[in-house]
Design a protein around this ligand. Sequence first.
Ligand code: PMP
Length: 372
Amino acid sequence: MINPATRTKSIELSQIRKMFEVTNPNAINLGIGEPDFNVPENIKKAMTESIDENDTHYTPNKGYIELREEIVKKFKKDNDINTNPENVIVTVGASEALYMCSQAFVEKGDEVILPNPSFLSYEAVVKLSGGDINWVDCKMENEFKLKASDVEEKINKNTKAIILNSPSNPTGAVMEKEDIKAIADLSMDKDFLIISDEIYEKIIYDKKHYSPAKWSDNVITLNGFSKTYAMTGLRIGYLTANEDLCEELLKIHQYNIACATTTSQRGAIEALRGPQDSADKMVAEFKRRRDLIVGRLNEMGYETVNAEGAFYVFPKIDDEDFVSKAANAGVITVPGAAFGSNGKGHVRMSYANSYENIDKAMDILEEKIVNG
Ligand code: PMP
């Protein structure tokens, strides 16, 4: 047996994926983290055309200039961020962007503040770069919204970075403008990096999304096409940051990936240039499902915050065996503790499944668990 590197040994494979492998194939899956919609037709056409045109060679490391120009316009329009194509890097999903951030900036002795609970990859990428985690609770009494005052208490001389994720996976929480601004101000005063994962920015209901990069220069803004355009398998994302930060990030990207896939880049250009009505329709449908699932869970006595974004709810469910009981009854969910210790006593349910299936899943829980 060849010994793995200590940092590789310090993390484990995702338990969530493992769980899907063992459960019954007829169960209704409320565990998934991807839209149940297909890639819009105009994007598919752009990708097919790119192959027909033999556009299958390397692109610039940072990505096609046409795509980076569209991304610059998008940042201006949606996020009030002024950037330029030289300070944009097209990545293999937001996942690669996260990995680049930690590899480029975090090392042994550094602490990274992470929301508790938060997306599983955050802890893994920090540990893979040798850093330590400093957890900050997202409290249910605050509807799981991360508060600047709680973050401030965690800052110390070793604080290198914080990862923000609004709207959040796994809670669906959307941070308040004043907290985002206050954390942005702190990053300038105390000299630490904000890695802002904005992948769910468009999946937001009756609320405005704010980017910390509007108020601080110490921010790397990450985004991608997986959620807004249902392009998960096409593995395409992007980031922007100031010139100095970008140069370091590019080193990791260049030697690891060279460039994101040509076909996906062509699809991404069309996604940004083309009509946005597919994304708008998807969000309207997600809202309808959110209302259904939050209503049904609260009626059953599982206290559930009316999450303002993403496609997850995070009900309070104290029964430790709930996830396995629900799986046996035919509904797959994910234990909240998988996302950090503060997720204990909660279950993540994704509503990236049809309205009918969600309704059916709630009937099953009501019959077999609540009344069972
Ligand atoms: N960030 C968050 C919060 C996510 O939920 C996900 C996907 N589940 C990602 C990043 C990764 O997205 P991508 O497909 O762009 O790598």
